[in-house]
Design a protein around this ligand. Structure first.
Ligand code: FES
Length: 117
């Protein structure tokens, strides 16, 4: 039996987000494996990462806030590392050069966002 990874199995799952505003707050969720994660809409795309900073491992967000004030970077709320929203690469701060762990997501026509496993 084959498994189509692009199929959205809406009967078995819930979306991880339904109302992500571009440049707005992230939606935080728990992966099927039990890890904390977030999804954020930025420059028209939706990006999702484990909510684990490569610096000290803590969550990046503060109550869903992950984009810093200019809107150009994700910023860790703990010690201020900044990351490219579309690649997860740390481009400033204590973990420069490291990367967030990205998760594959797909957006449905109604704007809901689903994890692809
Ligand atoms: S835990 Fe993120 S910068 Fe230190």
């Amino acid at each position: 039996m084959t498994h189509d990874h692009t199929t959205l199995d809406t009967a078995k799952r819930q979306p991880i987000a339904t109302d992500l505003a571009d440049g707005g707050l992230a939606a935080t969720f728990t992966t099927p494996g039990g890890e904390s994660a977030f999804a954020v809409r930025w420059n028209g795309g939706v990006y999702s990462y484990l909510n684990q900073c490569p610096h000290a491992g803590g969550p990046l967000d503060f109550e869903g806030l992950v984009l810093e004030s200019s809107g150009r970077f994700l910023m860790c709320a703990r010690h201020g590392a900044i990351f490219e929203p579309d690649t997860g690469k740390c481009v400033g701060g204590p973990c420069r050069g490291a990367r967030l762990t990205s998760l594959a997501v797909r957006e449905a026509a109604d704007g809901s966002v689903w994890l692809i496993d």
